[in-house]
Design a protein around this ligand. Structure first.
Ligand SMILES: [Zn+2]
Ligand SMILES: [Zn+2]
Ligand SMILES: [Zn+2]
Ligand SMILES: [Zn+2]
Length: 333
């Protein structure tokens, strides 16, 4: 099986540089040919370039060749096939060069966006934040040059915060010029076991290794990896939520237990017989000669269900001293 490796974003520095220099060469070559064509027409034809059918047709052919030719290493190689098909259709349908140039400009903008904002497997979390912010800026009035400057500034800052080893790895990646090099680099990133790997991580790395072994294009591997990582993260999240639930349940349980004990203690406290004499807070004895020293009339009322509680006195002295006021308060009617 041969490696079917499609050009994929993000670009390495080496790829971006190559695209830029090829684009510059292509553009100046096209401009040179256009100039030459205009000059030929002006010197040979009487109608004027814009009205000269022969040379306007040649002009279309120049653009058509430049825009639809197979272009390895060009930015257009990174675009979906629909783009080239679109252009071919437009040329066939005799669309105006302005319209075609407009289509090219739109695609080029999309290419810049994809180059600057597509996440890579090995992206540092900070690089991802930069890409997200750049993508946000694109929808606004922020000029392209400001976005470019922002990205450069953030990249420099990130690079200076990396360890020498991390910088080395990053530099190695940026040097990859071909998709094959990038592929093998990304394979290393995705499949090399890390000391921090969980059993699930190890499983995932084995799964990804198989994909790379089968030469699955990495624009197909990337979504799989992203999903796997998201799933693993959400599994961790579910586990953490479950643990939190358990902890909450346990806390609630403990709280209920504490409340139950408190109520038991309260009951025990309430079981203590307080002397019913006004102003006396003494506890009545539950055994011994002074136990069960109470008001006979209250007992009778309690037995009849009229009173809720018995009335106890702490001592014969207290009972004697307070019987009058007790009777006046409770049994005067
Ligand atoms: Zn002409
Ligand atoms: Zn009484
Ligand atoms: Zn009483
Ligand atoms: Zn008392």
């Amino acid at each position: 099986m041969t490696a079917d490796i499609q050009p994929t974003y993000p670009l390495t520095k080496a790829q971006a540089d190559e695209i830029a220099s090829l684009h510059e060469a292509d553009t100046s070559e096209l401009e040179r040919k256009l100039r030459q064509l205009t000059e030929t027409c002006q010197s040979g034809c009487a109608t004027g370039f814009s009205k000269c059918t022969t040379h306007q047709n040649e002009l279309r052919k120049l653009y058509q060749n430049a825009y639809t030719a197979a272009s390895p290493g060009r930015w257009t190689a990174f675009r979906p096939a629909e783009y080239t098909n679109d252009l071919k259709r437009m040329f066939d349908a005799q669309a105006s060069i302005e319209k075609i140039n407009g289509r090219v400009r739109r695609e080029k903008l999309q290419h810049i966006k994809d180059s600057q904002c597509t996440f890579g497997v090995s992206d540092h979390p900070k690089a991802k934040i930069t890409k997200m912010k750049a993508a946000e800026m694109r929808g606004t009035a922020v000029p392209q040059s400001d976005i470019d400057n922002y990205i450069v500034k953030e990249e420099e800052q990130l690079l200076s915060s990396l360890t020498p080893e991390e910088r080395e790895i990053q530099a190695e990646y940026e040097k990859s010029k071909s998709e094959e090099q990038k592929y093998s680099y990304l394979r290393t990133c995705a499949c090399t076991p890390q000391p921090t790997d969980t059993p699930r991580d190890i499983e995932l790395r084995l799964k990804w290794t198989k994909l790379f072994d089968n030469k699955v294009p990495y624009n197909e591997i990337l979504p799989v990896m992203k999903k796997d990582i998201a799933d693993a993260t959400s599994n961790v999240q579910i586990l953490e939520n479950r643990l939190a639930d358990l902890r909450n349940a346990q806390a609630a349980n403990n709280k209920a237990k504490a409340a139950k004990e408190e109520s038991k203690r309260k009951q025990a406290r309430d079981a203590i017989r307080r002397c019913c004499s006004e102003g006396c807070v003494s506890v009545c004895e539950l055994s011994g000669p002074n136990a069960d020293l109470g008001c006979e009339r209250c007992f009778a009322l309690k037995e009849d269900g009229v009173l809720q509680n018995y009335s106890w006195f702490c001592s014969p002295e207290c009972a004697k001293a307070n019987a009058g006021s007790h009777n006046a308060r409770f049994h005067s009617s």
